[in-house]
Design a protein around this ligand. Structure first.
Ligand SMILES: [Zn+2]
Length: 385
């Protein structure tokens, strides 16, 4: 391999478009593309865009052939008509025009652009033009082939994975969003070349009310769907115990060519939709583990409804992807004064927060049972003793 190729292979790519980050899902809708803008403001402050092997790239819209390799043509037509203001009953049947999935101007541009970024990232990784790609505007893990749900219209992850497996690549999907990644699970539940792992708050207490540990895939895909539900209230210790017990051994046994990771920040204890108690400590540790066990890595943003916390966690995730340590460009210069969006929240990293007492005992017991179930029922299918 020449030096030039080596440099290319080492490249870490950030997909970003300020015009897409400006698109608004409407007043009161919790999904805020502006999270990505706040992250882009934090990155230079923490000297996280100074490396020679980094590239910031505008996404281009998803090509039709990639879109239709996963999504149903009829659904996409309904979606495009809906955006033009042509409302039909079919639209509601496809999950559009609901409180969660409203139809608004810019919807198509956002969906196609955000998904295009994830798809481009997949191509760059497959072609050896990048080592890691992060698209904070993407990550729509709830969308189905023929319907929208859970703030998700185009399932960029399923589209990207469809292309990767079409090329004969083995893909591990790791979803650490607080919500179960049902759309991706459904897309690949019957396949044995996509290992689909989702760790999330149990469907007993949160949308999409599924993703239980007993669901381990279908047919030849049995053992290739892995759900790690956690009890509401679980903190960093419980989350990391469950994740570390299950995910690294499975990835090591599966030996993916590429990992696709969905790093929703709604597990954070200050998130407005989730009920877990993670801090930046557990989140960052988990992302660093994903980086360590993945040969190549395609990362999408996903959920995260506390805008500043999400921007801060994704900033830490980008640092982890690039294997660099954030260093505050203003530290020591301005005393205790806070600059920019941090004025809202303090600093990039949180203080430790540990749940205790009866709640902690119940969370740990639930996690231990989950881990034991997967070790008993899934590990043997991968030859892990
Ligand atoms: Zn979520």
């Amino acid at each position: 391999m020449s030096d030039a190729q080596e440099n290319l292979t080492a490249r870490n790519v950030l997909v970003y478009s300020s015009s897409l980050a400006d698109i608004d899902f409407g007043p009161g809708h919790p999904f805020k593309p502006a999270r990505a803008r706040q992250m882009m403001e934090l990155l230079p402050r923490y000297s996280l865009l100074d490396e020679k092997n980094q590239l910031v790239m505008e996404p281009s819209p998803l090509p039709d052939e990639a879109l239709f390799a996963f999504h149903e043509k009829k659904y996409i037509e309904i979606l495009k008509h809906a955006e033009r203001g042509e409302f039909t009953m079919e639209m509601l049947e496809a999950g559009l025009g609901t409180e969660d999935c409203p139809v608004f101007p810019g919807l198509w541009e956002y969906s196609a652009g955000a998904s295009g970024g994830t798809y481009q990232g997949a191509l760059m990784l497959a072609d050896g033009a990048a080592r890691a790609v992060f698209n904070p505007l993407g990550g729509f893990h709830h969308a189905g082939a023929g319907h929208a749900e859970g703030f998700c219209y185009i399932n960029d992850l399923a589209v990207a994975i469809t292309e990767l497996v079409r090329r004969g690549l083995r893909v591990a999907y790791i979803d650490i969003d607080v919500h179960f990644g049902n759309g991706v699970r459904d897309a690949f539940a019957a396949r044995d070349d996509v290992l689909c792992i989702s760790i999330h708050e149990s469907g007993m207490t949160i949308y999409p009310w599924a993703g239980f540990v007993e669901d381990i895939g279908e047919g030849k895909g049995e053992g290739y769907t892995v759900n790690i539900p956690l009890l509401q209230g679980s903190d960093d210790e419980v989350f990391c115990h469950a994740f570390d017990s299950i995910v690294p051994p499975l990835i090591e046994a599966f030996r993916p060519d590429i990992t696709v990771a969905l790093i929703g920040a709604d597990t954070h204890r200050e998130d407005f939709l989730g009920h877990l108690n993670l801090t930046s400590i557990g989140y960052e540790r988990t992302v660093r583990t994903i980086v360590r066990i993945s040969p190549k890595l395609l990362v999408a943003g996903g959920g995260g409804y506390n805008v500043f916390k999400t921007a801060a966690l994704w900033t830490l995730a980008w640092a982890a992807l690039c294997d660099i340590e954030p260093s505050d460009a203003y530290a020591g210069l301005i005393g205790g004064m806070m600059y920019g969006p941090e004025a809202q929240s303090g600093s990039l990293r949180d203080d430790p927060y540990v749940v205790s007492g009866n709640l902690k005992d119940r969370c740990f017991e639930f996690a231990r049972d989950t881990v034991a179930y997967l070790k008993r029922n899934v590990f043997p299918l991968h030859g892990i003793g």
